[in-house]
Design a protein around this ligand. Structure first.
Ligand code: 0O2
Length: 209
């Protein structure tokens, strides 16, 4: 298997999607509006993870591209829970890709305590052999959900998926605390926005001096 050639369109898709989603954030900034997007990251799933996941899920190597939906992965991190739904709605209204599937682990967390909104898209990449319509996964989550998920992911890696029960229990409690943090922050969202609006006005005033 020529992995470099296999990865090339996925790497291109990740780069293009990052530019597009970061562009959305910039547009909000230019228009003096609050952005529902805090930051955007992306990665191509490493070869070892693809092989491990294919084994775990008994995916035939021939079907990897159709059955593994997150070889190209982009993550959109938001400040507030409501922003997640603004972003997923914006994705639904774009014309440069189509939505294949949506998984709402925000309102219905996974057994592990994981929360995030996943949108699987079919994204067209222009290659020297013509257009390739590949699958990519966009994960949309708050800063608090991201904090929890990245730490849980690290521990899962450290313990090869067998996190000791006492650490698992702590992670569960941390997940609940992150959820409460999101709930509390949502309640003061308007207050935060109003304050920022004031700061922006002052900034403009200073710039005119
Ligand atoms: P990596 O290293 O991020 O690429 P499954 O993996 O079987 O649970 P499936 O069908 O592949 O689920 O799709 P799903 O549920 O949309 O999950 C895909 C990705 O979501 C995962 O990819 C993780 O990135 C993230 N994810 C899902 N569940 C959890 C979780 O419990 N904890 C954390 N930290 N992340 C999760 P990979 O391939 O597992 O990992």
């Amino acid at each position: 298997m020529n992995w470099e050639a296999f990865f090339a369109p996925y790497a291109q898709a990740v780069e293009e999607l990052k530019v597009k989603l970061k562009g959305m954030r910039q547009q909000y900034d230019f228009e003096g509006e609050e952005s529902p997007i805090e930051f955007v990251t992306g990665r191509v799933k490493p070869k070892s993870s693809i092989i491990d996941k294919a084994k775990k899920k008994a995916i035939n190597p021939e079907n990897i591209e159709e059955e593994m939906q997150d070889i190209a992965g982009v993550r959109v991190v938001c400040q507030f829970v409501s922003d997640i739904y603004v972003v997923s709605d914006m994705l639904r209204h774009r014309n440069d890709f189509s939505i294949v599937e949506e998984k709402d682990y925000v309102s219905e967390k996974k057994e592990s305590g994981y929360r995030s909104y996943h949108v699987v898209i079919r994204y067209p990449v222009e290659t020297i052999h013509g257009q390739k319509n590949l699958l990519a996964e966009v994960q949309i989550r708050t800063l608090a959900m991201n904090f929890w998920a990245t730490n849980e992911h690290t521990l899962n890696y450290k313990y090869s998926g067998q996190i000791p029960p006492e650490i698992k229990a702590r992670l569960k409690r941390a997940g609940e605390a992150a959820f409460r943090l999101d709930e509390e922050m949502s309640k003061i969202k308007d207050e935060v926005y109003a304050a920022r609006k004031e700061f922006r006005k002052k900034d403009e005033y200073k710039q005119r001096d």
